[in-house]
Design a protein around this ligand. Structure first.
Ligand code: COA
Length: 392
């Protein structure tokens, strides 16, 4: 009989290869195509990282300018997508709007005879360019304001901030958001990237695979955490209240959002850069959120060491995302959408990598249901009510 390895979380299971990024969890090292994140974060622009991920090497000046022109040409949304957003209830969850809008882009993109859309660097750039425009447009529409068209001469980060407020951002704000997008651009086979690769492995096109990725990002064990980090910071309100808050949280069996990682057994290497960003952004806006986050990280370290001895639970990328984005004026329920703006670069590069050397991803499950059950005719199945009410 075939021996089965059952690992529901695929922890430590290698399911494929990638040239795009490498996470070395014990050492706390992250590289994009061999470049250390500690070199990339302070030096690269988001556009350079997009180029690196999509084309395999750092761009020269001409290539970088060319990508900038292509992104600018692709930023505006089809009027039908804007019209759908205008018709959407204003209280719709931003990630629901983003996921639906990303999927809808396929409707206004020419398709091949079999209905599929071309999956290539052009369609990747199309998706990378439009994601921040969708997020900024919904931010305004939900506030009852008209969306603002992107400007051709602004970077991805500056354009996003401009499209939210109508004012080109100060250099520090652009740099902070740009660094955030750089840090979030790729992270090997995380859940949303894996979902994108599974979808692409069926030979579904890049729009279908990117939609899978956005859907998978939403949960708070993945990209949904930073909004909940912000909720904690708001509830804590003052740094001196952090320890009592985290003690009560852990005592009630809750998790400290923004802490812990499946891969990293040390502090997430991206946290250092985001912490610096959160501090800088806080100095220009309100230092309180950085100060509370700093106190919360220290308190959580102490409390989790006591509560979970032997576990190594440290700040992850989401922790300082919260005070950074909040300090930039972005509301907490849009944080996961911001994650998607950066990660669209990695998702699309992974989808193209999967398609270039494809094998259908189709794991097995160990069957745990009943066996050899005799058939019961409908008239002999009793009269119990449908158990729908129990799930109200
Ligand atoms: N707060 C409190 N306890 C935590 C924790 C956290 N943030 N993260 C992990 N733990 C504990 C678990 O309760 C569990 O303890 P137990 O063995 O006593 O039950 C143990 O550590 C292992 O947790 P597990 O869920 O198996 O680890 P994982 O590898 O699946 O965890 C995460 C990875 C990210 C899902 C987890 O750390 C988490 O839920 N973090 C909070 C949410 C978050 O920040 N998500 C964004 C990830 S980038």
């Amino acid at each position: 009989m075939q021996s089965l390895v059952v690992d529901p979380g695929l922890e430590g299971v290698v399911v494929g290869a990638t040239d795009l990024s490498n996470v070395e969890g014990l050492e706390g090292r992250l590289t994009y195509r061999g470049y250390d994140i500690h070199d990339v974060a302070p030096n690269a622009s988001f556009e350079e990282v997009c180029y690196l991920l999509l084309f395999g090497e750092l761009p020269n000046r001409h290539q970088l300018a060319d990508l900038g022109v292509r992104l600018a040409a692709n930023r505006a949304l089809p009027p039908q997508v804007l019209a759908f957003m205008q018709a959407t209830p204003k209280d719709a969850w931003p990630m629901d709007v983003l996921r639906t809008a990303i999927s809808s882009l396929a409707l206004f993109t020419p398709h091949l005879e079999d209905g599929a859309h071309a999956s290539n660097p052009r369609s990747a750039i199309h998706l990378i360019a439009k994601t921040p425009t969708i997020v900024a447009a919904w931010d305004r529409i939900r506030r009852g304001l008209a969306p603002i068209a992107p400007l051709p001469n602004l970077s991805t980060a500056a354009n996003f901030l401009y499209m939210r407020t109508g004012r080109p951002p100060i250099a520090e704000a652009e740099k902070a958001l740009d660094t955030y997008l750089v840090l979030l651009a790729d992270h090997s086979y995380n859940a949303s990237t894996f979902a994108a690769r599974v979808t692409a492995s069926t030979r579904a096109d890049i729009y279908a695979a990117a939609t899978s990725a956005v859907a998978t990002l939403e949960g708070d064990l993945h990209g949904g955490a930073p909004g909940k980090v912000m909720k904690m910071l708001l509830e804590i309100d003052r740094p001196e209240r952090a320890e009592a808050y985290v003690r009560a949280l852990v005592a009630s069996g809750e998790r400290v959002m923004g802490m812990g990682h499946r891969e990293y057994k040390v502090r997430d290497p991206r946290a250092m850069h985001l912490e610096a960003m959160a501090k800088t952004v806080g100095e220009a806006s309100d230092p309180r959120w950085y100060d509370i986050a700093r106190a919360l990280e220290d308190a959580a370290d102490r409390v989790l060491r006591e509560a979970k001895p032997g576990r190594r639970i440290y700040a992850n990328v989401e922790f300082y995302t919260a005070p950074t984005l909040y300090g930039l004026g972005i509301p907490a329920d849009e944080f996961t959408c911001m994650f998607a703006c950066g990660r669209m670069a990695g998702w699309t590069a992974h989808i193209l990598e999967q398609l270039a050397n494809n094998r259908l991803i189709r794991p097995q499950a160990s069957y745990s249901g009943p066996v050899a059950v005799p058939w019961i005719p409908v008239e002999r199945r009793g009269s119990a009510p449908t158990p729908v009410e129990a799930h109200a």
